[in-house]
Design a binder for this molecule. Structure first.
Ligand SMILES: [Zn+2]
Ligand SMILES: [Zn+2]
Length: 459
């Protein structure tokens, strides 16, 4: 087997790895680079392989940094099959179409501003995204091997990261020998308010592993929930709004669950008005309600009983634009959730423009923010930021609550790696310094930190 690296190499985003075995070219994820303008521009670069020559894509999960370049692959000639779990296929459809729509909007906006300069074309269109959707073939069930070619099979194992997420275990038997490689995808944390935790990693010869939080441990979830309730209560006492930039996939649902618990437990006043200002987040919630098997049994039971954490008094789901604009008039007592989580685009930028300069307001960050993003600048203590070309002073209280991460922390990553007993380890999906820290903690395995385009022979 030959393994080569085409994204998320010494960086967090753009996951894309290729495995060649049994005369098949198999891609594991084809995600988008995110975070800065330079990274954005990397998305249009050649893939480093011919998309038309790829037979199969195994998609670990529906986050944009894992599925975001699939429409571009199709646009550039990919005609093969995409295999994922059922929930991932449903979510990836939403994520890819949303991404295409945002790119078309950006391109229109730039064309308007650029006078006679050549405007940047969108990376792909909504049509390309729909064409990529049509490439989803077989549906993977957790722990049931799928044959990719004679002697070559892949098994999706629950990664506990977001709905439908998986690690992919590939086994290749030929000439009396057997070789295995495990792709971690993104690994979830052991305790999650909604999802079952990651399954035990299978033993493998080689592992390709994410290292997003390879340099630190999260606070326990209970402490993070407490911190969230505290931030809401202080903000409401000051007479402001709580603005939560949140990822539409998973984080928004997790927060709704925590807020509805908080209201039931008198930690959040029952008069609270909660706005989910994200058509994406609303659609994702619907997908979740159709895939109860992936949820913790008690959460699934609540939904079956109609005691739904996604529908409570005071909750408003705003799909349309006018309703979203109306939120700008609210000065206090609201929790407003909107995307994007890293504040690089989407409706959250409007809410930040209206609330960042209010000393009574709070901005509560509950997810990972890559270097260079607006979210990261605010988290790092900027006194002023630029939104829509306007200077906005930062007077609101800024909270960063790390325990909500959908990613395993250092301790959990090490435990996961120990279970693989892998002799070779390829670290990906992490900032370089983080990766080095994590590499220093691994023992009994040969560690590589591949560069873009690097290839290795396995087994
Ligand atoms: Zn992810
Ligand atoms: Zn990721």
């Amino acid at each position: 087997m030959k393994l080569s690296f085409h994204g998320a190499d010494r960086g967090v985003t753009g996951s894309c790895h290729m495995l060649e075995a049994a005369s098949k070219r198999i891609l594991i994820d084809c995600g988008m680079y995110q975070g800065s303008r330079e990274l954005d521009e990397d998305n249009a670069d050649p893939f480093g392989f011919d998309p038309a020559a790829v037979d199969i894509v195994l998609l670990t999960h529906a986050h944009l940094d894992h599925c975001g370049r699939l429409p571009l692959m199709v646009k550039r000639g990919f005609t093969g099959e995409i295999i994922s779990t059922g929930a991932t296929a449903e979510l990836a459809r939403l994520v890819m179409v949303d991404s295409a729509h945002l790119q078309e909007e950006d391109a229109r906006f730039e064309a308007k501003r650029s006078n006679n300069r050549q405007p940047r074309a969108p990376l792909y269109s909504v049509i390309d995204a729909l064409n990529a959707t049509a490439k989803f073939g077989r549906t993977a069930q957790y722990d049931v091997p799928i044959e990719l070619a004679p002697g070559l099979k892949a098994t999706f194992v629950n990664a506990g990261h977001i709905l439908g997420s998986a690690c992919v275990f590939v086994e290749y038997a030929a000439n009396g020998g057997r070789s295995t490689v495990l792709f971690s995808g993104d690994i979830g944390k052991a305790v999650d308010p909604l999802l079952k935790g990651p399954a035990k990693a299978p033993r493998t010869d080689a592992v390709v592993m994410e290292t997003t939080y390879g340099n630190r441990n999260h606070r326990p979830l209970d402490a993070s929930i407490e911190e969230f309730y505290q931030a809401v209560s202080e903000t409401f006492t000051r007479g402001g709004n709580v603005v939560v930039p949140s990822f539409a996939v998973e984080r928004a649902q997790e927060l709704l669950h925590i807020i509805s618990d908080g209201i039931a437990g008198n930690r959040i006043p029952p008069s609270v008005q909660v706005y989910v200002d994200s058509p994406m987040a609303i659609s994702v919630t619907e997908v979740m309600e159709r895939n109860l098997g992936d949820l913790l049994p008690e959460v699934a039971q609540h939904i079956r009983d109609g005691r739904d954490p996604f529908h409570f008094d005071g909750l408003h789901l705003t799909r349309d634009h006018a309703a979203s604009m109306a939120l700008n008039e609210i000065e206090k007592g609201a929790i407003i959730m909107a995307g994007s989580g890293m504040c690089t685009g989407g409706r959250i930028r409007h809410h930040l423009r209206h609330n960042l300069s209010r000393a009574s307001a709070s901005i509560v960050f509950v997810g990972f923010a890559a270097v260079g993003t607006l979210a990261r600048k605010i988290i790092d203590g900027a006194n002023e930021v630029t939104i829509f070309g306007e200077h906005v002073p930062v007077r609101a209280q800024i909270h960063t609550i790390n325990g909500f991460s959908a990613h395993a922390d250092q301790r959990e990553l090490l435990a996961w790696h120990r279970d693989t007993a892998a002799a070779r380890t390829f670290l990906v999906h992490g900032e370089e310094a983080t990766m080095r820290t994590f590499a220093g903690l691994l023992a009994g395995t040969q560690v590589e930190m591949p560069e873009l385009g690097q290839a290795f022979e396995l087994g």
